[in-house]
Design a protein around this ligand. Structure first.
Ligand code: MTE
Ligand code: MO
Length: 380
């Protein structure tokens, strides 16, 4: 469990506040509230999910968030095979057909990008500028990874399992395929799977066709898309996405700690109707049921609290029953909306004792920014 700062009212708004010239923003961050052209370029390629889709327990495919570091590779299933190699008794190549013939596993899993919430930091790390929408819940179908590893037989000196995607690019000058690893112990967990379907359809190209890894409970970076090779290795993997990216640190000198499981977060399904440009919400007065969903990779959601007065007071929301251990849980809260301006917020706690902080904790990569969401609403 990681203890997080909690309690009290929201701190004064910092968003968009420029730093003074004396406070120089660390390298790779920008001080101002304005967004760069490069951030805009990434934001239009990698879209967030639509908050109104919180009404669905399983996010419709085109409404799921999307994050791809490089180009989406074009893959023909007939030319593709999964190679399993390295510290194994038997090197294998499996076609999609062979993988589909294995025991099927379907799981409802909420996945969230580790950078979700990054755009609210000041100074802001230069990367994909997510607000809060880098999340979605998929019904993933495939086969469990553990039995596959069992079959090829891991050598006694096997330490980690490396997952390589077909996509390639350059990051901080380093040419690479997108690659991440798990320890043997993590890889053998029963919920870890390779998936070939999302919501009952073949994976769409942008979500990893024909095969991807799914590591339930973890931030999205572990779910390697366009999986082409699994390599069992006898020492910890030190590739870019493992030892440079996806680490929590506050300065470039720190080694930092790796991002793993998702911290709790709750999101409100936007009530009323939006303004086209600002997306500010307007709704009519009277009783309204506020609804949303909450999730954590550290266990079940224990509770969600709602505030309609900018954090001055909090009330318990009613939780739906959590049926899928790795999917978000719905909540609702009955509100009698009085005319005027209100700031609505919701705040989740998990069974491991983690509570969302009122404001995200600053870090160099802008990871795990799970500060409480605030939604201004005008009732008229
Ligand atoms: N091969 C490959 N896998 C990848 C990525 C990538 O760029 N290449 N991005 C990762 C990140 S950072 C996230 S958050 C999730 C996003 O998955 P989605 O686009 O299917 O929602 O995929 C992960 N798997
Ligand atoms: Mo991500």
């Amino acid at each position: 469990m990681r203890r997080l700062p909690g309690g009290g009212r929201f701190p004064a708004e910092r968003k968009g506040k420029a730093m003074t010239s004396a406070e120089t923003a660390p390298e790779g961050t920008v001080a101002m509230g304005e967004f760069t052209g490069d951030e805009l370029g990434l934001a239009v390629r990698n879209h967030g999910f639509l908050l109104e889709a919180l009404s669905y327990p399983v996010t419709p495919v085109g409404m799921h968030y999307l994050l791809s570091h490089y180009d989406v590779p074009r893959v023909e299933a007939d030319d593709w095979a999964l190679e399993i190699t390295g510290r194994v008794d038997l090197d294998v190549r499996l076609t999609l057909e062979e993988l589909r013939a294995r025991p099927r596993l379907t799981q409802r899993v909420t996945t969230e990008c580790a950078g979700n919430g990054r755009a609210g930091l000041s100074p802001r790390p230069l990367s994909q500028p997510w607000n809060v929408e880098a999340v979605g819940t998929g019904e993933w179908t495939g086969t469990a990874l553990g039995p596959l590893l069992e079959e090829v037989g891991l050598s006694d000196d096997a330490v980690e399992v490396v997952f390589t995607g077909l996509d390639a690019g350059i990051e901080k000058g380093i040419r690479q395929h997108y690659e991440r690893s798990l320890t043997v112990e993590q890889a053998r967990r029963e919920e870890v799977m390779v998936a070939y379907e999302l919501n009952g359809q073949l994976l769409p190209p942008q979500h990893g066709f024909p095969l991807r890894l799914v590591v339930p409970g973890w931030y999205g970076m572990g779910n390697v898309k366009w999986l082409s090779r699994i390599t069992v290795v006898d020492e910890p993997f030190t590739g870019y996405q493992q030892s440079s990216a996806y680490r929590w640190r506050t300065s470039a000198e720190e080694r930092g700690s790796p991002m793993t499981r998702m911290l709790p977060r709750s999101l409100l399904a936007p009530p009323g109707i939006p303004d086209f440009f600002t997306r500010a919400r307007t709704l009519g007065p009277g009783p309204v049921t506020l609804v949303g969903r909450a999730w954590s990779g550290h266990g079940e959601i224990r509770g969600v609290k709602v505030s309609v007065d900018d954090g001055a007071t909090w009330s318990k929301a009613r939780l739906d029953c959590q049926q899928d251990p790795y999917a978000w849980v719905g909540w609702s809260y009955a509100w009698d909306a009085a005319p005027g301006d209100h700031m609505i917020a919701c705040r989740a706690t998990d069974t491991d004792g983690n509570e969302q902080p009122l404001q995200s904790e600053w870090n160099l990569g802008g990871y795990a920014c799970n500060g409480v969401q605030r939604v201004p609403v005008r009732v008229e």
